[in-house]
Design a protein around this ligand. Sequence first.
Ligand code: FES
Ligand code: FES
Length: 144
Amino acid sequence: MLQQNDWVYTETLKEHFMNPKNILQGEDTDAFDGVGMEGNLSCGDQMMVVIKVDRDKEIITDCQWKTYGCASAIASTSVLSEMVKGMTLDQAFDVSPKDVTKELGGLPENKIHCSVLGDKALRAAINNYFERNGMADRMRKEQA
Ligand code: FES
Ligand code: FES
């Protein structure tokens, strides 16, 4: 049987799971400049990430999210949402699950797929911003 000290999660992960930052309240996304949805093929969990953008500087001024995913997805996206505030859209697009995992202090191997949910939804939100604002040529593809 698992003992209390056998939790596989880092303190940082537990903190972000218990007190997630930047949770989107309600379903209304009208106040945001970009909306991204993503589903996780391996577990069926869903994620929504929304962003506000300083149009002149192309900087993310706010990033909120909601998910019905697991603890790892919640903690990863909480960390991600803090990391990308103040970044340019292109910098935020380049944030990788590895960067997020590092910030969390690591993730169990079988939970890595959960950290890929938030950043994918974020990239979808960034592309959505470009699309809405007549900058479809700026939309970027997911890295393989
Ligand atoms: Fe069980 Fe995501 S499928 S926690
Ligand atoms: Fe589904 Fe983690 S198990 S996001």
